[in-house]
Ligand binder design. Structure first.
Ligand SMILES: Nc1ncnc2c1ncn2[C@@H]1O[C@H](COP(=O)(O)OP(=O)(O)OP(=O)(O)O)[C@@H](O)[C@H]1O
Ligand SMILES: [Mg+2]
Length: 145
């Protein structure tokens, strides 16, 4: 089974792109937000961000076991956490990017607080998802939205 993960800073266009890609390739579309709720994946306290965050270890464990059970030709996984899936399960890692003014506009129109916008803008400026994806050893493709 081919697994394409679509990651990137919130607001860079993952969902829009991932849904289109899944449709085009006739692959299963997996939204990690929905998966976390359905699978009741626990939250842990992230000391660095001083906020609740999904337990990545549990997410990976449940996602891998879910992927192994699927009979589809392929899957597109949509999440800013998608690049945490180990390299051996991933055919391609797409990192979405967009300009900083565009990102600010998009996040503002969602009603995000200044603090949340600034945290995401910093993540985009420092290419956090892109660098983590490279460090994980993925084959990375960058798409601008
Ligand atoms: N190529 C594009 N052209 C125009 N608008 C776009 C494009 N890609 C995304 N957008 C718009 O930007 C906003 C954010 O896109 P989207 O919801 O796909 O981001 P996301 O990365 O999935 O965000 P999150 O991580 O919060 O789920 C949406 O309003 C979407 O319509
Ligand atoms: Mg999304």
């Amino acid at each position: 089974m081919k697994v394409i993960v679509v990651s990137g800073t919130p607001g860079t266009g993952k969902t829009r792109y991932a849904k289109r890609l899944a449709k085009e390739k006739n692959y299963l579309y997996i939204d990690i937000n929905e998966f976390v709720l359905k699978q009741k994946i626990p939250y842990v306290y992230d000391r660095r961000r001083k906020a609740k965050a999904v337990d990545i270890f549990e997410l990976k464990r449940k996602l891998i076991s879910h992927l192994k059970k699927l009979s589809e030709r392929g899957a597109v996984i949509d999440s800013h956490l998608a690049h945490y899936l180990p390299k051996r399960y991933v055919s391609l890692c797409i990192i979405m990017k967009c300009s900083i003014p565009k990102l600010k506009r998009r996040l503002k129109s969602r009603g995000y607080s200044e603090a949340k916008i600034s945290e995401n803008v910093d993540a985009e400026l420092f290419d956090v998802c892109f660098n983590e994806a490279l460090e994980a050893g993925h084959k990375v493709k960058v798409i601008f939205s």
